[in-house]
Design a protein around this ligand. Sequence first.
Ligand code: ARG
Length: 560
Amino acid sequence: MKYKELFAKKLVQACNGVVEYGDLIQRIEIPKHESLGDYAFPCFQLAKFEKMSPNKIAENLASDMNDPSFEKVEAVGPYVNVFLNKTTVASDVIHLVLSQEGKYGSSEIGEGGAVTIDLSSPNIAKPFSMGHLRSTVIGNALALLVEKVGYCPIRINHLGDWGTQFGKLITAYRKWGNEQKVREQTIKELLNLYILFHEKAELDPVLEDEGRKAFKELEQGDPEAVRLWDWFREESLKEFNRIYDLMGITFDSTNGEAFYNDKMQRVIEMLEEKNLLVESNGAMVVDLGEDTPPCLIKKKDGASLYATRDLAAAIYRYETYDFSQSLYVVGNEQSLHFKQLIEVLKKLGFDWADHMHHINFGMMLKDGKKMSTRKGKVVLLEEVLSEAIELAKENIEAKNPNLENKSVIAQQIGVGAVLFHDLKNDRRNDIDFSLEDMLRVEGETGPYVQYTHARACSILRKGNYQKGETIEELDEEAWSVVTKLRHFPNVVERAATEYDPSQIAKFVLELSRAFNKYYGQVRLLEENSSKQARLQLVSAVAIVLQEGLRLLGLHAPKEM
Ligand code: ARG
């Protein structure tokens, strides 16, 4: 059913193999206008070989080419334009979708290779920020996408659970902490302690030394320090897990930074062996030339750093998973860190560092400004999700109060709205946070696509649709829907290879629009000879919408 390939093959035959298949297929274009057909081939390059004008070549090629899948082939100036046979193509596409169902669009490009995806990765004892939400949502969609094209995704939540800040936190807790309060509202309370520490440390610098000392104790395994740290970690994770459960996201590993505590010495030895470590103001760094600032490996007081742990983690991931790609879904602001990380690994002689990619993304803004944790401007993620679910619930009560499983569906819509809002734009752009926008049932939202899917399911129920042989008769108006369905596998492939879930989001929006237009033009349930064919198309649309939504991490309720 690969019509582009078919066209390329026919072109090779028509030009007697003067140009190779691989070369030809690259030049095939999709015309901007439907009136110019489904594919176009420009003949300029062939003109060099044939010593003939491109227009003449186009004419010759067009007259030499035919196939049952082509309705007509015509030369327009220097182009050969192909119009696909709508009946054949529609029945091929619909047949394929109905027989493959959720597998439609899947491929084996990845050949089973492992892709590690570093996603979410919040810092314990701190609120789960919008940045971590973005990382979670984008990372999960990428995992689903690479899986769809035949890789094996490994989701890693690289928790920020190590570093000097935990020395400060332990110190603060020892001085001013209250066990009861921490138990009840862990993150809020720990954040308060952390802020308090900084306020007091400004007046009394000795506190900083105490903090450093406490982190040393932690690094060296002092039981009391470890017990406190462990407790902070457990309680924080409980809070994070509530959010992950709401979103239906799980991880293959929650090895955070602390996991690498005993794996950093080896990295330092490797660096020493290659003479890469140099001293700079008492700290140890790796020099990265003129254009990149040096990578800090060890502080003056011997404490390890974020980058040191990431070096150990990268090596550990390679040795454990033998990845074919290693992705890090982390905000734009860490671009330098990942650049340094990859450069240091290359200096260590690890060629696989070429397969590490920083999947960067923009900020979530509120009223055009950055959301910050410190100044109380933070929008708590759990509150956002609950509010979205609440609004979805109100909507259902108003429009469809007899719906079964109301609360499950409200959750699917509310969470879906938040996820889709994040994924529909190019991830590198900043996005504006707006709960109302997210939940609109018209416009570019998750609920709009979910609603379209539910509408398709409802038509199938009303029309008493039965699976069966695909029937060919379809109305002219169906063609734009069929064309969208036909492109789905290409969209999946591009989205996966370009690490860009927004292409899937845009696709499901376009398919929804095309379908809703069709729904407005044609009486789908009218009893006539093509009713079954129409229902088959509706069923194919429902399948592809559901699969597209799934790839973004959204549910597709059958009724809403
Ligand atoms: N915990 C870090 C932060 O919140 C993100 C970690 C990203 N992953 C990594 N391997 N560095 O900024």
